[in-house]
Each structure stands twice: as C-alpha cells, then as structure tokens.
Design a protein around this ligand. Structure first.
Ligand SMILES: *Cc1c(COP(=O)(O)O)cnc(C)c1O
Length: 395
C-alpha cells in the first residue's frame, strides 16, 4: 500500500494433491475441543485464538468451523492477518488484533470492523486519528502489562491513558469495549505470579472505572488460565492451543488427561526403501548405525517442512502399526526410519490423535520444544486436508 518500498510477492509453491505428505485436520476433534472450552468457560464468552494460521491448521477453515459451531469472537496476533481473515470470512464475528505496530493500516482495519488493541498512548492517538478520518468510532481493547513485560500499557500509565480513552470516546472516535492482559506463568499452576497478575489486573480495572470506563469485555485467560485458574475467566476467555487438542503444559496434564483430541494428523508417503547390513551409517554425519541387518524407509518430510532437526534420532513415527524412531539426522526434505515391513507408497504417521499414534506433544518432548511449535511450524508447502468427519463420529 504505497509505502514506496518494493516488496516482492512471496510465491508459495503449492503442490496440493501431489505432495507426498499431508496434514489432515479433523473437524470433529476441533468441535470436541471447542465444546470442552465452552464447558469450562461457563458464562464467559469464548474468543477462539486463530493466530499463526490457526496454529498451522489454517485460519480460514478453522474460523468457518468455529462460526458454524456458534463462535462470535476470534483473536489473531497481527493486524494484517486479522484483515486477511476478515476479507475471507465476511462481516459478523468479531475479530481482535492482539498486536499493532506504529503506522499500521488502522483506517482500513476500522473499516473492516477489526477490534484493535491499545497498548500505548501513541497507538491510541493513531487509532483515534484513523477513526476521525473514517467518521467511525474504532472499537478498542486496552491491553495492560500485568507481568509479561511484552505488550500493553504499564500500570503507572493506566490512569492517564484511561482519561485519554474517555475523552476520545466522548468525541466519538473510539469505543472502549475491552480490557485485557496476558498471563506469564498460568501453565505452572503453583506459581504465585498468576495471583499477582490478577491483583494488578484488578487495579487496572478500577483505574478505568474511575475514568468512567467499564468495558463489557474483560479478558485475561488463555488455555492455561481457562483450564487451571477459574479466577481469571472474567467475561471472556481466549483459548488457542487447547482448541487444537494439545495441552498448554503436558507435565501438568496431558491432552489425553484433559480430554482433548489432537486436531492435526501429519502423514507422509514412503518414497523408497532399502535392505542394509549391520553397521550401516545412516544420513548426514552417520550419527546412527544399524544394530543389525535391517530394512530402512525414507520419509519425504524434512526441516524445510517444519520437522525439527532436533528430532533427529529421537522422535517416533508410526509405520505399519509399529512405532519406530527417526534414524540419523533429519535432512531438509526427508528422513530415514528403520521399518521392517514398509514398502514404497505406504503411509506413515508422524503424529496424530488416534490412541496408538505419537502425539505432537511427544514430538515436542523429543525435540526440546513445545507442542505449539511443532504444529505451528508445519510448512506452508504441506497440504492441509480438511476432514469434515463430524457426521462420521470419529472417536
Ligand atoms: C497466544 C495467545 C493466546 C492463546 O494462548 P494458548 O496458550 O494457545 O491458549 C491468548 N491470548 C494471547 C494474548 C496470546 O498471545
């Protein structure tokens, strides 16, 4: 948009239908997790967080499934993503952009009916100016930093920004609809940080009330808050990861223990196999050698597809009903497994939701990361297949 800078359009090499791997996204699992979230939320509104392309599951199809299930609120990180999703899903559901950089296209966002986060006085002034240009009041949610040290207005600035919000609201330039903050340690239920953040959040709320502002939407809890801290539910909750069937912290409770169903299943078609003698070095650097004469199979997914290289010699794959770890290093586009009865053309599963399958959380454990990163990083070139299995009662 006329920034004077030349930005090359990114062309994604789409090979849908021919690519040798796929992420199958289950509607029934998503709907199941959503109803769990709603049950826990009680009377609080559920904002479905669909940032990062719905954690790699595809923001637009996920939003459409959520809308069909009665969701009225979506949270997305970047304003640009929020605008793209709005153009796809149309008017109706509310969309809150959690992040907005200085100079962001606030005017277009207001016209598209995107709710905006106010995280500084400067951002508020820009948003109010954009509202004035459009002759529309921008719907805003004040973000307060209660302990993330990442985004939001610091507590000592809340009083002055509250006055400013009240003035802009009186002038018809903004409508203050929400107050929010984010918890830093909610996935460690014993941490004292959460209670402290709640206290600071309450202080911010009182300061707003003193300025005459009582926004109807007060929101603090993501999945961990929703699951483990009922005192953080307020009038709206913002679950992300649990909707995709993963636990915010499997050390506290696994997805299975929480009654969640993983939504993504990552499959690949074996491209080649070979019989090799004992002591064969496998893949770059020969970090693994075969213990016996055996049969190897090559799986066409690599770190360019988001498979962590840290999963080398560690993460499990389901091949022909058996679990077997990755053997040797993960390459850019492929890796090797030891799998006695596997043939070219057979489908192996890296992770999924069925009881015998490895999970994304197991992959995370083996790769030194979290389930969030495993699913979010599955690359754009891996086709997503939408399994509208609601009617088939997948369980
Ligand atoms: C990512 C995020 C969420 C959702 O977090 P989950 O842990 O995935 O439930 C909610 N609110 C904010 C501000 C976030 O950044």
């Amino acid at each position: 948009m006329g920034s004077g800078r030349h930005v090359r359009d990114v062309e994604v090499f789409h090979t849908h239908g021919q690519y040798p791997s796929r992420a199958v996204i289950s509607r029934s699992a998503f709907e199941h997790n959503l109803s769990k979230a709603r049950e826990l939320a009680g009377t609080a509104e559920v904002m479905a967080v669909i940032k990062a392309d719905a954690y790699g599951h595809g923001a637009v199809p996920i939003a459409q499934w959520a809308i069909a299930a009665g969701v009225h609120w979506f949270g997305i990180a970047q304003l640009a993503e929020a605008m793209d999703v709005r153009r796809e899903i149309g008017d109706g559901p509310h969309i809150l952009a959690l992040i907005a950089e200085p100079g962001a296209p606030f005017s277009d966002a207001i016209e598209l009916g995107i709710d905006l986060t106010v995280s500084s006085q400067a951002a508020l002034d820009e948003i109010a100016r954009a509202g004035a240009e459009n002759g529309l009041a921008a719907r805003v949610h004040l973000e307060v930093d209660t302990g993330m040290a990442r985004g939001g207005v610091q507590l000592d600035q809340v009083e002055s920004i509250a006055e400013s919000l009240a003035d802009y609201q009186d002038d018809g330039l903004v409508e203050v609809v929400g107050l929010w903050s984010h918890l830093a340690c909610a996935d460690e239920p014993d941490s004292p940080v959460t209670a402290h953040q709640v206290e600071l959040f309450e202080q911010a709320r009182s300061l707003l009330a003193q300025a005459g502002l009582n926004p109807p939407l007060v929101h603090l809890a993501a999945s961990a808050g929703l699951l483990w801290h009922p005192q953080t539910h307020y009038t709206m909750v913002r679950p992300g990861i649990m909707l995709y069937g993963l636990s915010p912290n499997p050390h506290v409770a696994t997805a299975h223990e929480l009654g969640l169903e993983p939504v993504m299943q990552l499959d690949a078609t074996v491209v080649s196999v070979r019989d090799v003698p004992q002591g064969t070095g496998v893949s770059y650097g020969h970090t693994a050698h075969t213990a016996t004469a055996t049969h190897l199979a090559t799986v066409p997914l690599g770190y360019a597809d988001g498979i962590p290289r840290a999963a080398s010699n560690a993460a499990p794959v389901l091949a022909n009903g058996e679990r077997t770890p990755i053997m040797g290093r993960v390459c850019m586009d492929q890796f090797v497994i030891e799998a006695p009865n596997v043939c070219p053309g057979d489908v192996v599963t890296l992770f999924g939701g069925a009881p015998h399958m490895p999970t994304a959380d197991e992959w995370a454990e083996k790769s030194g990361t979290i389930g969030y990163e495993i699913v979010t990083r599955i690359g754009v070139r891996v086709p997503r297949e939408y399994a509208d299995d609601a009617a088939n009662g997948r369980k």
